[in-house]
Design a protein around this ligand. Structure first.
Ligand code: ATP
Ligand code: LTN
Length: 337
């Protein structure tokens, strides 16, 4: 039988992570791992959003290193950089160009309501820059440039997705259907991994080393950090994120890394102590991240591999982005030459 030449186009999925520190177990469980589960059903773009990272002061050498590291970790975690477009935001100038256009379709009042802006400006009082304020417009440009249908993100990004939809609808309302209005994909069952030193806050890659597990931590570091993780003075193993955030965080991590639920892990630890739970959690993390680290080492041992991937994927992304940007420019009446 001959195969028909018709290829059904898959919906487009877009997501991004900032190269603002060591990629954490939270980033893996909350984001990267879900991407690997979704990639077969979508045409995917996974960005290293380095322009977003500039909203907080970055050390140049660290930013360069983190960009290469995140690229390699995306691939080492299972994302195919040929089937998907794994690329770096600053390599595609269309992001910055569309941001300007979209900022003329975004209201100050809308940006003022953004929780992330309020939080980050409270955290960095010495550097409340305009980029921090217009961060969601750049994020809208990222998404809208590729006619994205679906955006998998954590719950913290829901507001940014809503403003993206509002901007797209506002623009389309005036100029016709230029942008696809994207949907957020926020998996309910995905655990929010909390800081090991303060389990009431989420684990963040820009926080101190002892509060997070990096995907590149060796086994000894994982064991040490989990052993020191803050729990409480009781002894009972219960999954109750409100009353027992520390223990519940360990149960969530252990469950996510063994492919089960926190309730199942809780049941299997009845009659045991925190020491045993910590040990089992550490071993589950080590078993989950070791294969990623092995693949990572192979990828970075070839000095030209990562830059080659970034170069070819930037070209693919630019071609797609230019189609949308050109369409928007034309509709706006910017003189075409
Ligand atoms: P930063 O410390 O620079 O703010 P971050 O670690 O919070 O960084 P982001 O780059 O903002 O990470 O987020 C990348 C992705 O990882 C997002 O989809 C986000 O929802 C997810 N994510 C980040 N932290 C966690 C966490 N602790 N648990 C689950 N998912 C997370
Ligand atoms: N703001 C997001 C990172 C991000 C993003 C995007 C996610 C930038 N552009 C486009 C999805 C789609 C964050 O901080 N997690």
């Amino acid at each position: 039988m001959t195969e028909t030449a018709t290829t059904v186009r898959k919906p487009i999925l877009y997501s991004g992570i900032q190269p603002s520190g060591n990629i954490t177990l939270g980033n893996y469980i909350g984001a990267i791992r879900n991407f690997t589960l979704l990639e077969k059903d979508y045409d995917c773009l996974f960005a290293i959003v380095d322009l977003h990272a500039l909203t907080v002061r970055q050390d140049p050498a660290a930013l360069r290193r983190n960009t290469a590291e995140l690229t390699a970790l995306y691939i080492a975690s299972g994302l195919d950089p040929v089937k998907n477009i794994v690329y770096c935001q600053s390599h595609v100038p269309q992001h910055a160009e569309l941001t300007w256009i979209l900022s003329c379709f975004t209201y100050m009042g809308e940006l003022n309501r953004m929780t992330q802006y309020k939080e980050k400006s409270a955290q960095h009082t010495d550097n409340i820059n305009a980029g921090l304020f217009t961060y969601p417009v750049l994020m809208a440009a990222d998404i809208l440039l590729y006619q994205t249908n679906v955006v998998p993100v954590g719950g913290d990004q829901k507001q940014h997705l809503e403003i993206t939809r509002d901007i797209a609808q506002r623009f389309n309302g005036v100029y016709g259907n230029v942008f696809v209005v994207p949907e957020a994909y926020i998996p309910k069952e995905t655990a929010r991994i909390m800081s090991l030193s303060d389990p009431t806050r989420k684990m963040s890659k820009s926080d101190p080393e002892d509060s997070l597990i990096s995907l590149l931590d060796d086994a000894a570091a994982v064991r040490r950090k989990i052993r020191r993780a803050v729990t409480d003075s009781e002894a009972e193993i219960l999954f109750d994120p409100e009353k027992k955030p520390g223990v519940s965080n360990l149960l969530s991590i252990c469950a996510a890394m063994t492919g089960t639920t926190p309730e199942t892990v809780t049941a299997s630890f009845q009659g045991m102590g925190y020491g045993e739970l910590k040990e089992a959690t550490a071993e589950a993390v080590i078993a989950g991240i070791t294969p990623i680290q092995e693949r990572y080492k192979e990828l970075v041992s070839d000095k030209t591999y990562i830059s080659g991937i970034l170069k070819s994927n930037a070209e693919r992304a630019r071609a797609l982005a230019q189609r949308t940007l050109g369409k928007a420019q034309k509709k706006l009446g910017l003189y075409q030459i």
